[in-house]
Ligand binder design. Structure first.
Ligand code: GLA
Length: 340
């Protein structure tokens, strides 16, 4: 009788301990008191999601964000997410890993409301970088903290560079075509190409020679394909100018022009970003049609955003609602100096 009782008590105990152990891996174990170690709450974890991990601009952002993580002692979780599905599941994943916030350059600005809602649901702090969210009403989501470039002004600097170089070359304007590499679905890119074009037109460039060249994708291939068809259609043009929202938008067009026999002597391309893709062009022995770029601060976009997020999580220090960063002209003459 007595032995039977001990046996059944032991069985119940084994069962209870078993259940507790099986729960201990769950992230929401309600019965754990005094700190939930399974979530690693003591360690600050910050996600950094980028839309195009293959683009050197985003690799630079990650590199600088990692520098902040190493200095401040938090864990940086780098995620490449190029579709809405990938972004939303990455956010769930971050929450499950016990992250407290994330910085994101979204693959589509219209995902803004879904991203903000998911961040809120998971109690994750959110800063958007580079590409600002657009709400369902088509307006910028000004309530989401954002770090981005001063796009129109940076575009103007690119246009000024084109206009100045055009004067230096002394070409007959009637024979010059301007490839305006557009990707208007992304407001920051649209503003950049509009800024460049406005300055060029103000300098006296003929409107009839502006070739609106829409890219299907914001990458070298998208630029190459779009430029190729524009160049083929305008075989009377002898010299070319190229402006685009970033370096890849210009590099593709430079390659397309090379393919049709136009080289540095007849092409002036000015990009934006100034990351490794641009530096590769400047390091080639022979100059290419990629004449210059506007170097942006990947450090401000990577290191500063990650640091802002860390201070927000640890000290409750809310970052400014919006931060605009600037750019500097970079070309073969000064790139080595600017790289350091
Ligand atoms: C966009 C572009 C990137 C880079 C950033 C800078 O995200 O796609 O190439 O120019 O803006 O903010």
């Amino acid at each position: 009788m007595f032995n039977k009782k001990i046996l059944s008590i032991s069985l119940v105990l084994i069962l209870v301990v078993g259940i507790m152990l099986s729960f201990s891996n769950s992230t929401d174990a309600w019965w754990v008191f005094g700190g939930d170690d399974s979530k690693g709450q003591d360690k600050v974890k910050i996600g950094f999601l980028v839309k195009q991990p293959e683009e050197s601009w985003f690799q630079d952002e990650w590199k600088y964000a990692q520098q902040a993580a190493d200095e401040l002692g938090f864990e940086l979780i780098k995620i490449g997410a190029s579709s809405g599905e990938e972004v939303l599941s990455a956010i769930d994943n971050l929450a499950a890993q016990g992250a407290q916030g994330f910085v994101i350059c979204t693959p589509d600005v219209k995902l803004g409301p879904a991203i903000a809602a998911k961040a809120k649901l998971n109690d994750l702090k959110l800063i958007s970088v580079d590409d600002r969210f657009v709400g369902s009403n088509g307006k910028l989501m000004e309530d989401v903290h954002h770090v981005g470039i001063s796009a129109y002004n940076i575009g103007k600097l690119s246009g000024k560079t084109l206009a100045e170089q055009l004067k230096v070359r002394g070409w007959d304007l009637e024979k010059v075509g301007y490839l305006k590499m557009t990707y208007d679905q992304l407001p920051t890119i649209a503003e950049r190409t509009y800024g460049a074009t406005d300055v060029l037109l103000d300098s006296g460039f003929p409107e009839a020679n502006v070739f609106e060249t829409p890219m299907r994708t914001l990458d070298t291939e998208g630029s190459f394909d779009a430029a190729n068809s524009a160049i083929t259609k305008n075989s009377d043009i002898e010299h070319w100018l190229i402006a685009g929202g970033n370096d890849v938008s210009v590099i593709g067009a430079v390659r397309a022009l090379e393919g049709q026999g136009f080289n540095a002597t007849d092409v002036i391309g000015v990009g934006i970003n100034g990351s490794n893709f641009a530096i590769n062009e400047f390091e080639k022995d022979e100059a290419t049609g990629f004449y210059a770029t506007i170097k942006l601060s990947a450090k401000a976009h990577g290191y500063e955003t990650a640091t802002m997020m860390y201070n927000w999580i640890t000290n409750g220090e809310e970052p400014p609602k919006v931060t605009w960063t600037s750019g500097t002209l970079m070309n073969r003459a000064n790139y080595q100096e600017l790289m350091n």
